[in-house]
Design a protein around this ligand. Sequence first.
Ligand code: LLP
Length: 420
Amino acid sequence: MFEFQDNHLCLKQGNRSIKLKDIAQQETNPFYLYDLDGMRDWYKLFKNSIPPQAGIFYAMKANNNFQVLKAFQEEGAGLDVVSGGEIALAKKMGFSPDKVIFSGVGKSKEEITMALQWGLLQINVESLEELKAIHLIAKSLNLTASIALRVNPNVDIESHPYIRTGRVDHKFGIDETQIPQILDFIKQNRNTLYLQGLSQHIGSQIFDLKSVLKAAQNLKSLYKNLLQEGFALKTLDLGGGLGVDYHTFGPDKDTLLLKKYGEMLKELFTDFSSHVLVEPGRFLTARFGMLCTRVEYVKKTPHKNFAIVNSGMHHFLRPALYQAIHQIFPLQINSKKETYDVVGTICETGDIFGKNITLPTLKAGDWLVLADTGAYGYVMSNNYNLQVPVKEIPFSKGTRLDSPSILSMVYEAKESHQNN
Ligand code: LLP
């Protein structure tokens, strides 16, 4: 975990404590620092908090670093994947196909083919149109596709509009009124389509569990009705979405939310013997990543102090895209304080990491960190302005690990799929 000790920001792993200052000293360019041991411990706590029949399918879109995936794999996690690239990587890394769910609203024919050939646990279907495509591909491959229906429960959550997914005016999931038609299609095509489950995902950054409970209760009663209708269902997938309060530092709030979530699921599923699947992404990784960046210039004007850093929205998009507030820390606290807008290097006014942040008096070369950036950080980075990619540095047991390029692994895996 990350914590301040004697005014220094440190990475604590077991009884080892490493000053971030010492890690940063060897770097000049920005980097994401990951605490793999923290992720593992947190994963174990998550697993122990949910009912025994619930399985974790980590939403790898949140952080697909090789070492992060390997750590979760070793802990026994499954995966929720949303693209051919993610399928290829899961396969290449040796995840067992029966531990992989394929979600996503626009699956291509090629991706569906990959999923069916690999034989993964289930494809979460988003529409009749997609179901028809799966049917045709399964027929041509002479296979039966294991599918789940992603239902749109028409519930809303309090979150940023871009990361809510559960209302009828969102592109996700099957509208309740269209379910009978979908079921008819499945009944007519039992050779190619096996309906094994139901699923939902109502959005991200959820703190109030009422909506999750409401949607889950509806899904559970639909599940029971379908069992009675003769569908041999096996899985009920609740999606991800648990929130991380970026205004606070440390796990206290998360621990409380996890406890409530676990208790809610235990109560809801006492009388339920099928598999419950959950797909957390952010909640498993966010707190265990820090984006470290160096101050390039301190620019003082009559109106403002700007700390211009050698990173920006191309490395961490959440503040610019969702107006997200992530805390900004120095590596060492001292008593001299000033207020800065911490801004990136990209030619966009919105490239702001934080406004009016009180920090120790800064000079060029000082390092700052954006806290809790282990989810939707590196994975959403890009090369806008032809900036160089940001690095990832995973740590375990106080030691720095390699971080092989995920993209080259994906290309290799996709090529080998096409050649087979
Ligand atoms: N399952 C499905 C089907 C999803 O679409 C997602 C996330 C998850 C699980 C995992 O959700 P989580 O537990 O991480 O909230 N870039 C945004 C978040 C987009 C989430 C997309 N879907 C952000 O930085 O807030």
